[in-house]
Write a protein that binds this ligand. Structure first.
Ligand code: AMP
Length: 416
């Protein structure tokens, strides 16, 4: 689903566009309309599914439409400083073109940091992202006014309970208005979470996003290259793996399928293409030849990634990074079927780095980045945190815990 279909404020769409998000993830598709409609929510969703944007975007949207100025309107409670920092960084990106302020309140650091948190809490940052213990310290000093909070978000609630924050959370919540909207996110749903949900949510909508993981017996790796180097990289991989009998290459577009297949055929690989421009009988013939090993290489669009069962593929190559983690899992799941071993190699182009790191988070694995042979020339550095949108000066009221002069978006901006 396109973000425009979710009817978010134009300034949010502008930020999302410049961050390169093309489609809403499944958790975003389901939660954003529910949050905008004002419902309470209990969602089981892991890190990597896009859950932070799933709650921040509608909350920013609601704040942009709110008439209350200089009041705390949303409170996000998280288990760790690292998560508070991460959410706060994402917040800066999403609100880049919107006049919405935020502060991360997460403990540690020096007295200076505490004073800055205090100032922002008194002046009323729109969104406060906090760890429980640090927030209790501020609440105990009696200057925090949560009377206008409209939305409460508990993120990674299961971890917070594991860390013994139940009492602190309930104490913080006792300062919030009863007629607020509450959203609870948790990777798992043990009975203790159900109990917490019963206490703090009102007729919640329940959303569950299950994610699949690729089988362990697939060896996964990647090459970080420029788009213009991809065809040569495939040539190199295939030349090094002449012994493999069955290699499936996925491309995102029909055009790249056709281009790549043409080059491979010219280089005398036994290769064919398959995509929706071919008629049914041609597709069936190509598939049959691939299954019977007459063809070593099949270049395909995603029509092959789900459903079609071809046994014993030795290697899957992702010519480009699939749009979401589920597609990645389905694509590479074509290899290592039925306990056999398989290999999956992904080519990460310049614009695909953030997408790839999201997939790594989703499947909870750092995938090996193989060295690219020298003769291929210079290659890009792998730096998925690079977000050019964050560069430049901010004109709006801003409570971020960052020191002046350092680039935004880097954890070193934070002294917690
Ligand atoms: P999270 O699950 O919130 O930790 O998000 C994981 C990563 O996915 C973050 O780096 C986000 O910036 C990124 N992300 C979130 N939503 C999208 C989207 N719709 N398209 C592309 N990337 C996204």
């Amino acid at each position: 689903m396109n973000f425009k279909d979710l009817h978010l404020h134009p300034s949010i769409i502008e930020s999302i566009d410049s961050m390169g998000f093309e489609k809403a993830t499944p958790v975003q598709e389901q939660t954003i309309p529910a949050i905008l409609s004002g419902k309470d929510l209990i969602a089981s969703a892991q890190t990597g599914t896009g859950k932070t944007a799933a709650f921040l975007l509608p909350v920013i949207h609601k704040i942009l439409n709110s008439s209350h100025k200089d009041k705390i309107k949303a409170l996000v409670i998280v288990p760790t400083r690292e998560l508070a920092i991460q959410i706060s960084q994402q917040m800066e990106g999403f609100a880049y073109f919107a006049n919405v302020s935020s502060i991360a309140v997460y403990g540690g650091g020096d007295g200076d940091l505490f004073s800055r948190e205090k100032k922002a809490l008194i002046e009323g940052a729109d969104i406060v992202i906090c760890t429980p213990g640090r927030m209790i310290s501020h609440l105990n000093l009696n200057y925090v006014n949560f009377g206008m909070v409209e939305t409460l978000i508990l993120d990674e609630a299961d971890r917070m309970l594991d860390m013994g924050f139940n009492e602190d959370i309930m104490k913080i919540i006792s300062h919030l208005p009863n007629n607020r909207q509450s959203l609870l996110f948790s990777a798992t749903m043990p009975p203790r979470i159900r109990e917490l949900a019963r206490k703090i949510l009102y007729k919640p909508l329940e959303i569950s996003i299950s994610i699949s993981r690729p089988p362990e017996n697939i060896k996964q790796g990647a090459y970080v290259v420029y788009d213009a180097q991809k065809i040569n990289m495939v040539d190199e991989i295939l030349s090094k793996h002449k012994e493999l009998r069955s290699i499936l290459i996925f491309c995102s577009t029909k055009l790249s399928v056709k281009e790549l297949a043409k080059v491979l055929k010219r280089k005398s690989f036994k290769a064919e293409e398959i995509h929706s421009d071919l008629d049914q009988s041609k597709r069936e013939n190509v598939l049959m030849d691939f299954k019977s090993r007459k063809l070593q290489v099949l270049v395909a669009t995603d029509i092959l990634s789900r459903g079609i069962d071809i046994e014993d593929i030795d290697m899957v190559i992702n010519y480009d990074v699939p749009d979401d983690g589920e597609d990645y899992v389905h694509r590479i799941g074509r290899t290592a079927r039925a306990e056999s071993k398989g290999e999956a190699i992904t080519l990460i182009g310049e614009k695909d780095q953030i997408k790839f790191s999201r997939i790594e988070k989703l499947i909870d694995k750092d995938i090996d980045k193989y060295p690219v042979p020298d003769f291929m020339g210079e290659v890009p550095t792998y730096d998925p945190t690079h977000k050019s949108v964050y560069q430049g000066s901010h004109q709006k009221r801003n409570f971020s815990n960052k020191k002046k002069g350092k680039p935004k978006g880097s954890p070193s901006n934070y002294n917690g």
